[in-house]
Design a protein around this ligand. Structure first.
Ligand code: AQP
Length: 332
């Protein structure tokens, strides 16, 4: 059985993009692979959230995983910071990673923006920690969206560099798992930029915790254009907002974008938006209700994470022992 590692940063309220692009697909992988689903709080630290938010968002992401169908009896759910081997391996791997490789990472350039000199070292080294996250469990597969492809490539290069340096095929190169069902969701205000936790506008995204009235309002306010919906995606090529909304409807209904266009051909956006809001509410509101119930008992959530951390630590510490032996560290 293959092994999967994946995670989400607790850096804010989760949104529909995180659901359709990641969590919903992970649920389906649970019977095919051994899965580790992490709350990557060490990565989140690169944005320096205040401690209250870090705690709140970590529990919320855990609750979202479970409410959406990740089963802690089948999958390991845990916080990255509870497994010290991630940080230890990240240091080891950083000594094998040429700066030139990191300089090519587009996400660092995007996130650091114009103030590169002020960006923290953690943000720059983020892909090395991500390589450690994957390699410490000797994961065979990593579900990736477009935005993470380059980081996974780097993880494979770093694994190869370790194997070459020590003349041993210790790390199998992790394979990307491109999921056909993973949908890229764009901002409700701008169909050309992705829905994101860090977008300053609340109206750009739908949160897991939005109640039905808020969902309906945000969909009513979502940017569209004055033309009616046409029958194919090709005839709507230059209408990114319209295609994004139809794409969301299609993903939630398990149909293709072509089918969604056919169903709503000729419809006005006000009619389509009503159907879309109903569809979102019918899927996301039961998840919200379950999250609310889970968040009422933080002690129980913490126990689930504690159990996950123990399982993850058992796997990770065994591998770290082997890695240290290969390197020649003294076993004291
Ligand atoms: N808009 C999206 N559409 C599809 N998938 C998405 N993901 C994020 N946004 C979309 C997927 O969610 C997973 C976890 O993402 P993350 O929190 O680790 O970081 P991110 O990709 O940087 O997510 P955000 O929401 O954009 O956060 P910020 O604003 O903090 O950077 C990943 O699998 C990602 O592909």
């Amino acid at each position: 059985m293959g092994r999967i590692f994946s995670g989400i940063q607790p850096t804010g309220d989760l949104h529909l993009g995180n659901y359709l692009g990641a969590i919903r697909n992970w649920v389906k992988l649970q019977d095919q692979y051994k899965n580790l689903f992490c709350l990557v709080d060490l990565h989140a630290l690169t944005t320096l959230p205040n401690p209250q938010d870090m705690t709140k968002w970590t529990r919320e992401v855990a609750a979202a995983y479970i409410a959406a169908g990740i089963d802690s009896a089948k999958s390991i759910i845990f916080s990255q910071s509870a497994v010290p081997a991630h940080s230890e391996l990240a240091w080891i791997l950083s000594c094998l990673t040429p700066l030139g490789w990191l300089n090519r990472m587009t996400q660092f350039k995007e996130k650091a923006g114009k103030h590169r000199e002020k960006a923290n070292l953690g943000l720059y080294a983020y892909p090395v920690l991500m390589a450690a996250d994957i390699l410490i469990y000797r994961a065979t597969h990593v579900p990736v969206g477009e935005d993470q492809k380059q980081h996974l490539e780097l993880a494979r290069d770093i694994a190869g560099a370790f194997n070459r340096q020590y003349g041993k095929d210790y790390f199998e190169l992790p394979e990307p798992l491109i999921l056909k069902t993973a949908a890229r969701v764009m901002s409700l205000r701008d169909g050309t930029s992705k829905m994101s936790k860090s977008d300053p506008s609340d109206y750009s995204r739908l949160h897991f915790m939005d109640d039905p009235d808020t969902i309906a309002l945000k969909i009513r306010k979502a940017k569209t254009d004055p033309d009616p919906i046409t029958g194919t995606p090709q005839t709507m090529e230059n209408r990114p907002e319209a295609l994004n909304l139809l794409g969301i409807y299609a993903a939630l209904s398990d149909i293709t974008l072509e089918e969604a266009c056919r169903i709503f051909e000729g419809a006005s956006f006000s009619a389509f938006k009503k159907s879309l809001a109903d569809q979102i509410i019918s899927i996301m509101d039961p998840i919200r209700q379950e999250m609310l119930a889970l968040l009422k008992d933080p002690g129980n959530l913490d126990r689930i994470l504690q159990k996950g951390a123990e399982e993850a630590n058992t796997l990770a510490s065994q591998h770290l022992r082997e890695i240290k032996e290969i390197i020649g560290f003294l076993r004291t």
